[in-house]
Structure formats: structure tokens, C-alpha cells
Design a protein around this ligand. Structure first.
Ligand code: PMP
Length: 385
């Protein structure tokens, strides 16, 4: 049976060149990068080459990159490392209602332990209003953290505008760019952020490795304590094979970004327009234009998203109900509720995210089978009179 993977926002397959470099390191470079002998020095060389590659993907300096275990850790480290470092200045954090759980839950946790958190609303397309950020800032504000590209609905936030406001009030500004890095240009200077999170497995690198960019001079403290690795900001023996794979993935992403972006936008738009043409009563979620090149997110009235997902899976098409991390939950996605999708309609939501593995023919096949599956589920649905 034909197999079509349309869940690249959940994770991506490892690029063959990434695999080759990781294999080389696993076979030939077992040294600890902190060791002084030749084995250690060789490992250190690989580590620093990967750091340069990741830095250059986001126009950062190599010394501004801290390797972590992934996007979740990067977000936790960014938030906790900043608020602990600035605790004496204040206790107020500003974030948005549509953050990934690794930001949302970290902020909620801080809200129960002496910090005050403002969760900014978004409009119907999922955009934060920079004016709302300005209004929310107070003397005690010590961190603003707002997602760059949303992993569920694809909306891209006006990070440049928010960063001007953050600078004006001298508040550290973090963005979770896990879903956007490698898909749209991410330049830390143009965005004007102080901290930025990335993850390897979203850009055809391995799982379990990521990075946090921390601008030089940012007031920051580690949350783990141990050895001096990663300039003491993230101690622990480095995951060298993972980091090397991530570095290679970053190098490829940088090289291919412009062409792959155009190609994916073409596939995405064909999918969006096709679904809107062929399926009645469907709502596209997220911003129509300020949107990640790989993301299409639809709510189908009168359909249960999980049934639709499973039917498509039987036909060889892998999609997601929302974000992969929350797809086991019954409650409607906080992102869909924040953009005003009715909770019942939210249950009929599918996210399809295209990537390197997809072709025009894949989209043709989806458009061939999806309308029939939706119609059949609607016929059987108790939600439709
Ligand atoms: N932020 C966003 C926007 C994400 O999409 C994800 C992954 N779903 C994460 C953070 C967490 O990244 P990781 O899986 O590497 O922990």
C-alpha cells in the first residue's frame, strides 16, 4: 500500500547524510569532548563543528549556542534560566495563550510558585497583538516568551515588532522557534530576540537533541548543576552523535531552505485549496498568509477527528489530530480554543504537515480519498441531524 507521511511537524525522518555522519561518530569517535587526550580532542572538534553549523543556521555566534536534549529542555532552560537570574528585579512573565506545552506548563508551574504570568490572547488567526505586549509590561516584568511559528496552526508571530517593545523596556525576550527553524529564515539579529529554542528532530536530525541560543551578555543562570560543559550553562557529557547529526541537519536546512520553502508552500497550497474546493463545511485554522510553509490545519464540521485520522491511516496517510504531544488528550486543543474554534468543531480537526518526503502525487492521492472519507463519516455521525 502507498504510504504518505503528512506529519512532519510531529517529527521528520533522519536525512541520509545526517545518518552517515552520526554513524561515523558512533563508530570512530567515542571520546569524551572534555578529555585532554587525542580521543577527547577529536570529539571536541566534532562538537565545535556542529555548534558552528547550528549557529550559522540562525545567524548566531557559536558561543551563543547551548546544546540540550531537545526543544522541551531548551524552552524550560530559557524560561527558568532567565527568571531565576532576574528574580530580584521582579516576578512577572508575559507569554501567549498558544504556546507549546513546554512553555505553557513551565509558565503555569511558575505561576504556582511566586511568579505572576500574563497569558496574552490571540486573534482568530492566532496572532498576538504587539500592543497587548506593550500594555502587559510592568516594572516587575522579567521575561517575555512568545512562540515564533505555531506547531498546530502554523501562524507566524510578529516577533520583530515584539522584540522592539521588549528592547524599549529592557525585558529579556525568548521565542520558541522549534517549528519554524529550517522552514522560514530565522535570524536572531533580525528577530531581535535574546533567547531562541531549536530542536533537531524537526529538521531531519535525530530526536533527543536541541539547542538554546542565548545572546551574548544576557543575564542567565543554569538550571542543572554539574560539570563545566556548555560553558557551565548545561552540564553533562554531551550527546555527541546526536549533536553531530543535528549540526549536519542544520547545515542541510540552511542550504536547502529557500528552494524547499517554495516547494513545500506549493504542496501546502495545493492541499489547502483542494480540500476547500472538494470538502464542504471545512474551516482552515491559522493565518491565511503568515503561515509556516509546511502547515495545513482544518476543522471538519460533523466529524470526529480521531475517526478521520484512523480511516486515513488505514489508507496509508499519516496525519495528526493536533500537536503530536497532545494527540492522546480528549480535551480540545488550547490553541484551537484560543483562536475561537467552537469546542465541538475543534474535535473534528486534522493537521497535515508536508515535508521532504512528499510529492505532488501524494497530495493528489490525499485529495482523491479525503472527501469520500469525510462524507462517509458525516453520514454515520450522530453530530449531524
Ligand atoms: N516547541 C514546539 C513549537 C514544538 O513543536 C515542539 C515539538 N512538538 C517542542 C517545542 C518540543 O520539542 P522536542 O520534541 O524536541 O522536545
Amino acid at each position: 500500500m502507498r504510504k504518505i507521511y503528512l506529519d512532519h511537524a510531529a517529527t521528520t525522518p533522519v536525512h541520509p547524510q545526517v545518518f552517515s555522519e552520526m554513524r561515523l561518530v558512533l563508530e570512530e569517535c567515542f571520546g569524551n569532548p572534555s578529555s585532554l587526550h587525542s580521543f577527547g580532542r577529536k570529539a571536541k572538534e566534532y562538537l565545535e563543528q556542529a555548534r558552528k553549523r547550528v549557529a550559522s543556521l540562525i545567524n548566531a555566534l557559536p558561543e551563543e549556542i547551548i546544546f540540550t536534549s531537545g526543544g522541551t529542555e531548551s524552552n524550560n532552560l530559557a524560561i527558568l534560566g532567565t527568571v531565576y537570574a532576574n528574580r530580584r528585579k521582579g516576578n512577572h512573565i508575559i507569554t501567549s495563550a498558544i504556546e507549546h506545552h513546554s512553555v505553557l506548563h513551565t509558565c503555569k508551574f511558575l505561576g504556582t510558585s511566586g511568579f505572576e504570568v500574563t497569558f496574552l490572547p490571540v486573534d482568530g488567526n492566532g496572532l498576538v497583538d504587539p500592543d497587548d505586549v506593550r500594555k502587559a509590561i510592568k516594572r516587575e516584568t522579567i521575561l517575555i516568551t512568545i512562540i515564533h511559528g505555531n506547531n498546530e496552526i502554523g501562524t507566524i508571530q510578529p516577533i520583530e515588532e515584539v522584540s522592539l517593545i521588549a528592547k524599549e523596556y529592557e525585558v529579556p525576550f525568548h521565542t520558541d522557534a522549534v517549528a519554524s527553524v529550517g522552514h522560514v529564515p530565522v535570524d536572531v539579529d533580525k528577530l531581535g530576540v535574546d533567547l531562541l529554542s531549536l530542536s533537531g528532530h524537526k529538521i531531519y536530525g535525530p530526536k533527543g537533541v536541541g539547542a538554546l541560543y542565548v545572546r551574548r551578555g544576557t543575564n542567565f543562570t543554569p538550571i542543572f548543576h554539574g560539570g563545566g560543559q556548555e560553558r557551565g550553562l548545561r552540564p553533562g557529557t554531551e550527546n555527541l552523535p546526536g549533536i553531530v547529526g543535528f549540526g549536519k541537519a542544520a547545515e542541510i536546512a540552511r542550504r536547502e531552505l529557500a528552494s524547499e520553502r517554495v516547494r513545500l508552500e506549493g504542496l501546502r497550497d495545493k492541499l489547502i485549496q483542494g480540500v476547500q474546493r472538494l470538502v464542504p463545511d471545512v474551516k482552515l485554522n491559522g493565518h491565511p498568509v503568515r503561515r509556516l510553509p509546511n502547515n495545513a490545519n482544518f476543522s471538519f464540521a460533523g466529524v470526529e477527528g480521531e475517526s478521520l485520522l484512523l480511516r486515513l491511516d488505514l489508507l496509508g496517510i499519516a496525519v495528526s489530530k493536533g500537536s503530536a504531544c497532545s494527540s492522546g488528550e480528549l480535551a480540545s486543543s488550547h490553541v484551537l480554543l484560543a483562536i475561537g474554534v467552537d469546542p465541538e468543531l475543534a474535535q473534528g480537526t486534522l493537521r497535515m504537515t508536508v515535508g521532504r518526503t512528499n510529492t505532488d502525487e501524494d497530495i493528489d492521492y490525499v485529495l482523491d480519498v479525503l472527501p469520500g472519507v469525510v462524507a462517509e463519516l458525516r453520514r454515520m455521525s450522530p453530530l449531524i441531524e
